[in-house]
Design a protein around this ligand. Structure first.
Ligand SMILES: *[C@@H]1O[C@H](CO)[C@@H](O)[C@H](O)[C@H]1NC(C)=O
Ligand SMILES: *[C@@H]1O[C@H](CO)[C@@H](O)[C@H](O)[C@H]1NC(C)=O
Length: 372
């Protein structure tokens, strides 16, 4: 055998060895949450509160048409699916009767709250909800679907052992609605334990159903979002941090996140066979507002698509409505429409989740050369 032949043979052996030992760490994704994760359910649900997400410029960057995603393109869940070589996770409400579920399902609905809508109706703000499809409704959909995927406990445990469960982001809207309607930070701090308890209970429920690998994201630094910056702007300079964000609202997000992390720590003790991964959305998004230009986000705290004002967020001319327009290059903005982020920002965050450092413990590596 010539040296060249030997070399080629060696290459071939290495190649096959690599292929046969490479494993996709997750074979399906099941997702729950709100507009940060919704890939079409809200639009399909027929809810009319916010139909503009069904039109361009929503979707303009990646899909070329609106998909029901609250962004110009892909969301964190899409980038996670891509990172693991999976197809985009289909929205639950798009499934047709008898359709085979192969790589998971997305139950997230834009506008959804962690708490049931009754909580908001009891506080007389129920009419402002975009949707009633709160976390418990989404879990109900999951249970219904699960009965078609597997039957015995062993069967289900086996089915879900390769699944990645994304529990959120959820909970942000439980605060958004009341904040926008005038509730104070002090009032809403009292709601945090309820919201956190609901997210923790949902996480437990999924574990009881067979989930072993779960990601639970915290809340964003809401004090840096164009909608909060616009609605709660103040001449008091001391209210802002060095990045121009509203300190008190960011502190509120941190308060929620700290309680969530404590709750997850308890769950890890209760279910030592699982991996409960906290996703630090706060830390990841904070990078984008701290030295945004360093990451190519020249828009700073301004929304890409909006109807004017210091943060390009105008409640009377929100993105998609008359009087608003999208920026020339959404990839240079972190904020898309005042409330949601751009595909570029979601890509940055997703990379920080799949490759670190914004997940703890880390997600499984998607590299096919693992173990070599
Ligand atoms: C939510 O439920 C209430 C009461 O059942 C109903 O009146 C309301 O229209 C629903 N809201 C949405 C957005 O579907
Ligand atoms: C907000 O939009 C309304 C309606 O288009 C417009 O009249 C108003 O001037 C806008 N405000 C700012 C600050 O651009």
């Amino acid at each position: 055998m010539t040296l060249t032949m030997r070399f080629l043979l060696l290459l071939a052996v290495c190649f096959f060895w690599t292929v046969s030992t490479s494993h996709v760490p997750y074979d399906s994704i099941f997702s729950f949450g709100d507009s940060l994760a919704d890939t079409g359910n809200f639009l399909l649900s027929g809810a009319l509160a916010f139909p503009v997400i069904g039109n361009l410029p929503y979707g303009e960057t990646f899909f070329g048409h609106a998909t029901g995603r609250c962004s110009d393109g892909r969301l964190v869940i899409d980038f996670i699916a891509e990172a693991y070589g999976l197809q985009f996770v289909p929205p639950y409400l798009a499934l047709t009767e008898g359709q085979k579920v192969q790589h998971g399902v997305n139950f997230a609905v834009a506008g959804a709250t962690a708490l049931d809508s009754k909580f908001f109706y009891d506080k007389n703000i129920g009419n402002f909800l975009w949707t009633n499809d709160s976390l418990s409704i989404q879990l109900g959909w999951f249970k219904k679907l699960k009965s078609t995927l597997c039957t015995t406990k062993q069967d289900c445990d086996n089915y879900f052992k390769g699944s990645l469960f994304l529990m959120g982001e959820i909970g942000g809207n439980d605060y958004n609605y009341p904040f926008f309607l005038g509730s104070t930070i002090t009032e809403l701090k009292a709601v945090v334990p309820l919201v956190v308890e609901t997210i923790a209970a949902a996480t437990s429920m999924l574990i009881e159903e067979g989930a072993v690998e779960l990601v639970v994201p915290g809340n964003f630094p809401i004090g840096c979002s164009a909608v909060y910056l616009t609605l709660f702007q103040t001449p008091n300079k001391a209210a802002y941090d060095q990045n121009g964000c509203l300190k008190a609202y960011n502190a509120f997000s941190k308060y929620h996140n700290a309680q969530l992390k404590l709750a997850l720590e308890k769950l890890r003790k209760k279910y030592p066979h699982t991996r409960i991964i906290y996703a630090d959305y706060y830390g990841a998004a904070k990078q984008l507002v701290h030295l945004p230009k360093h990451h190519g986000f020249y828009g700073g705290l301004k929304a890409c698509c909006g109807g004017g004002g210091p943060y390009n967020f105008n409640n009377s001319a929100r993105c998609g409505h008359t009087g608003s327009k999208p920026c020339m290059d959404p990839s240079t903005y972190a904020n898309w429409d005042g409330v949601h982020l751009t595909e570029a920002a979601y890509r940055y965050i997703a990379t920080g989740l799949t490759k670190g450092p914004f997940t703890s413990p880390p997600l499984k590596s998607s590299s096919m050369f693992d173990g070599l």
